[in-house]
Design a protein around this ligand. Structure first.
Ligand code: T4K
Length: 406
């Protein structure tokens, strides 16, 4: 989207009397939409067929297309990523404690709790924002049955290290791959790692089906378990086995996914351009750091984050967030508050900020900037220019904010 600004896009912030950089709000994400000609025809065919759900032909077609695209042994499409995590944890037949990250969307932890398992939070690496096998190893007890790492913002976890830890301590590994569509590390899809991975196809995601998700993996045992769990545990007309859910994707959602899938290379390439404009413009700015990706990572640019060090940037992350809003740049503070600070989990010993110091610090500093395929390079430059302009006179920005918010 190219949103023409009323005036100067070079960065005279609205807070300091300039015209807003953007005439309308520029959000952190914007769903990619396929051409209506094609999508409308798909929808019409679905509706006319009267086959709207229950593992219909389009869901099966989407699963096959995703298997081919992502290189996974199986793909069980689900109604959303959260329910995918619930199914996957159940399929792994776990007990006791599951170690996970506090620097994630609440869904990761809720899925553990919904399964009657105990979440144990582990601190993250301060540069990658991911769990590391070393930090997790120190939290493993006799009661630990699994690790649930998240490839945060599409940054691959140390899958080799987690594989070794799992083998040495007899643990299962389930990856929350909600952000990791198409991500590879050293030539290998991150979705091949661990026992299972779960993707989210929410509208805010790189690849989406409005709502949706998938459990992926390679073991036939887990494929069968997840397929049963997704559909009430129904084996056939005569037999229902286990405590299943209704976690099915509808045909209309699958139609949307099928039309979007061929656009993903283009979407990722466009986002890469946005990311490189941000990196170029903000890389030299004092007090701004980027999430660290290994050079061997094939990124998907699902998110673009900056980390603000108030002591050198001059403004806190929250002040920058509020000032940008006046320029119609709507950034997000993912993942603040930490998932461990939810009232249901706050009382756990592992939730204490002293137990997860890196996550606590990162959550107070990280800001997600707008990134999506329709964002033009010029728009990305204007976002960056506004940040640069705000950093020029932090004292003036802070006092203008306090006057405005008084
Ligand atoms: N694990 C992780 C690590 C996750 O990040 C998530 C979800 C999950 C698991 C669970 O997966 P799902 O069950 O959701 O499939 C959003 C999403 O709802 C959520 O899916 C996502 N993570 C999370 C990081 O972000 P909100 O509440 O911040 O979204 P919202 O509505 O504020 O949207 C953000 C921006 O996106 C809007 O300002 C505009 C744009 N947008 C939004 C919607 C809803 C669109 O362009 N189209 C849309 O339809 O949670």
């Amino acid at each position: 989207m190219t949103t023409e600004s009323p005036r100067d896009r070079s960065g005279h912030p609205a807070l300091l009397g300039g015209a807003p950089t953007f005439g309308e709000p520029l959000f952190v994400a914007r769903s990619r939409i396929p051409s209506w000609d094609r999508l409308g025809a798909r929808f019409q065919a679905v509706v006319e067929s009267r086959r709207l759900t229950n593992n219909g032909p389009l869901v099966q077609e989407l699963e096959a297309a995703l298997r081919a695209r992502l290189g996974t042994g199986f793909c069980i499409a689900t109604a959303n990523g959260t329910i995918g995590l619930q199914l996957a944890l159940r399929a792994l037949a776990l007990e006791g404690e599951v170690i996970t990250t506090p620097f994630t969307f609440p869904a990761t932890v809720h899925a553990i709790e919904w399964n009657g398992l105990e979440p144990v939070f582990c601190d993250i690496d301060p540069e990658t924002y991911n769990l590391s096998p070393e930090l997790v190893a120190a939290r493993v007890t006799d009661r630990t049955s699994a690790v649930l790492p998240v490839h945060v913002f599409g940054n691959p976890c140390d899958i080799k290290g987690f594989g070794e830890l799992a083998a040495s301590r007899s643990l299962r590994v389930l990856y929350d791959a909600a952000h990791a569509f198409g991500v590879e590390t050293a030539g290998q899809s991150v979705l091949e790692a661990g026992d299972l991975s779960v993707l989210s196809f929410h509208a805010t995601k790189l690849f989406h089906s409005a709502e949706g998700g998938a459990v992926v993996g390679s073991s036939e045992e887990y494929r069968r378990a997840n397929a049963l769990l997704r559909n009430f545990g129904i084996v056939n007309e005569e037999e229902v086995s286990g405590v299943g859910l209704n976690a099915k994707l509808s045909e209309l959602h699958a139609a949307l996914g099928l039309e979007l899938l061929p656009l993903m290379d283009d979407e990722i390439a466009r986002r890469a351009t946005v990311a490189s404009r941000y990196t170029e413009s903000l890389g030299g700015l004092e007090g701004v750091r980027f999430q660290k990706f290994a050079p061997t990572t094939k990124r998907n640019y699902a998110y673009f984050t900056i980390e603000i060090d108030e002591s050198t940037f001059g403004l806190s992350r929250d002040e920058l967030h509020r000032a940008l809003r006046l320029d119609n740049i709507v950034t997000r503070k993912y993942f603040y508050p930490l998932a461990s600070q939810n009232s249901s989990y706050r009382g756990l010993p592992s939730s204490h900020p002293e137990s997860v110091p890196n996550a606590t610090r990162v959550a107070e500093r990280v800001l997600c900037l707008p990134i999506y395929g329709e964002l033009s390079a010029g728009d990305a430059d204007a976002v960056a220019a506004t940040i640069v302009a705000l950093a020029r006179d932090p004292d003036q920005v802070r006092s203008a904010l306090s006057v405005l918010e008084a």
